[in-house]
Ligand binder design. Structure first.
Ligand SMILES: *Cc1c(COP(=O)(O)O)cnc(C)c1O
Length: 466
């Protein structure tokens, strides 16, 4: 007798959009990819996009805009000063993030540059919940140094705590006591924490950081790049917030900070753009003055009017509960598949990416043989899936000693662009990871043959060890 599987009890859900325009993808042969990888110096950042099949390098500026956003592009008011689109953007930053003042920048690091220059004096310490590459570099270029105050759980890929982006509050207090509040220009809060695997920080922890900062008269600046995704995790995981909308959680979360830097290329669903926001009028005056030097007039910063319009619209779309559920749901789908197959990834699964634990893939490689760099190369060679190293190469060299920094986490990031790929693409990517995992014992290390001074992971070159 024929047996049929019963339909599942739990009903499926799908993305709250349908596809209107498609972009063809190219598949390549292994031989083609081998040549391309060698030419790229075993660095996925140096591959040509057209040689990539499924591009999970980053979720930065790689999302698909909606029909409303594209329509908005035609509403660009390209006046040099006082563009209509600037005022709509300002209004939406006020409405959804809650900050009074906003300076547009070309992307997140433009905002980090201005903030670091305005706030940091040489010798200052800037505490944060794990570093981010561009954020820390701008702090250092301004003469400050970053001090990591993240909870120790963040450094353990197997730790299943729901809020691994939380601050270690005692470490934060200790730092402020040790250097004195005058030498702490602001606390830099990341939500979610990219380098820890897209891990969220809880509302409770954020409120506690706010309380500590207030007590010492120190400001808080949020890296709001993925704060909407963070708000979704609060709704899903933190007791007492299940009934609140993502939009209201975002606004409450931001209310515990004095301003933010933002890469609109992530949560805000645009291909380029960002902003610096704050509540303090005097700080705004300084930022509005400095942006003229480095980006453009304070009513467009680094953006065209049409780009500001697309970002203003993107903010509204980004906070919709069904959007964010589908966005993070797709990341969880990929991650869960890998977990089910016994592949070592950072747990819990983060908001924007699945992080492979390269140390667990290649325990036979020393960290200065660049295991994660190697793993990213192998993934590309297998099926043309592009990922990114987030380990010793990304961590760079210690300012004082000039030696490699050895981060506890040696990861490869599979980052999911927003509204771009289908579930079938996730299946193909997962199967490729599984194939590479099966061949893990054969992998050899790499040697670095070229190393740029700043943010070396973008442009460094490697060769396989003999
Ligand atoms: C991408 C990113 C930035 C920098 O933004 P860009 O738009 O790439 O300049 C800052 N912080 C975090 C957490 C990011 O992910």
């Amino acid at each position: 007798m024929e047996t049929k599987a019963a339909p599942p009890k739990q009903r499926s859900w799908a993305e709250p959009w349908k596809v209107k325009v498609v972009e063809p993808l190219k598949t390549t042969t292994r031989e083609h990819r081998r040549k391309a990888m060698a030419e790229a110096g075993y660095n996925t950042f140096l591959l040509r996009s057209e040689d990539v099949y499924i591009d999970l390098l980053t979720d930065s500026g790689t999302g698909a805009m909606s029909d409303r956003q594209w329509a908005g592009m035609m509403l660009g008011d390209e006046a040099y000063a006082g563009s209509r689109n600037y005022y709509r953007l300002q209004e939406n930053v006020r409405n959804y993030y809650g900050y009074q003042y906003m300076v547009p920048t070309h992307q997140g690091r433009g905002a980090e540059h201005l903030l670091s220059k305005i706030m940091i004096k040489p010798g200052d310490s800037v505490p944060g919940n794990m570093y981010f590459t561009t954020t820390r570099l701008h702090q250092e270029l301004a003469g400050g140094h970053f001090v990591d105050c993240i909870t120790p759980a963040a450094h353990d890929p197997a730790d299943q705590s729901p809020f691994k982006g939380d601050f270690d509050l005692a470490a934060l207090e200790r730092l402020i006591r040790d250097v004195g509040p005058d030498r702490v220009p602001y606390v830099c809060v990341g939500a979610t924490v990219n380098m820890a695997g897209g891990q969220p920080i809880s509302m409770t922890n954020m409120r506690a950081v706010h309380e500590i900062a207030q007590r010492h008269g120190i400001r808080i600046f949020l890296d709001a790049t993925r704060a909407v995704e963070n708000a979704w995790f609060i709704q899903q995981r933190e007791p007492g917030y299940a009934d609140r909308s993502v939009a209201s959680l975002l606004k409450e979360f931001c209310s515990y900070s004095d301003g933010c830097t933002m890469s609109g290329k992530k949560d805000a669903l645009v291909n380029i753009g960002g902003w610096l926001a704050m509540n303090d009028a005097e700080l705004y005056q300084r930022a509005a003055n400095l942006v003229v030097v480095f980006e453009g007039l304070h009513t467009y910063g680094g953006m065209a009017g049409r780009d500001m319009e697309a970002m203003a619209q993107g903010i509204e779309e980004s906070v919709a509960d069904d959007h964010i559920r589908a966005r993070i749901g797709q990341v969880q789908y990929l991650g869960q598949k890998l977990i089910d197959w016994g592949i070592p990834i950072v747990r819990p699964i983060g908001g924007h990416a699945v992080y492979l634990d390269a140390k667990a893939f290649y325990p036979h490689l020393a960290q200065d043989e660049f295991p994660a760099q190697r793993l990213a190369a192998e993934l590309y060679l297998d099926a043309g899936v592009r990922s990114m190293e987030r380990g010793i190469v990304s961590a760079g060299r210690d300012e004082a000693t000039g030696k490699h920094r050895y981060p506890k986490l040696e990861l490869v990031r599979l980052t999911i662009p927003r509204r771009v790929y289908t579930q079938a693409h996730m299946d193909v990517a997962a199967e490729s990871v599984a194939a590479v995992y099966q061949q893990r014992h054969d992998a050899r290390g790499l040697v670095m043959t070229f190393e740029p001074k700043y943010l070396r992971f973008f442009q460094a070159r490697f060769e396989p060890k003999g």
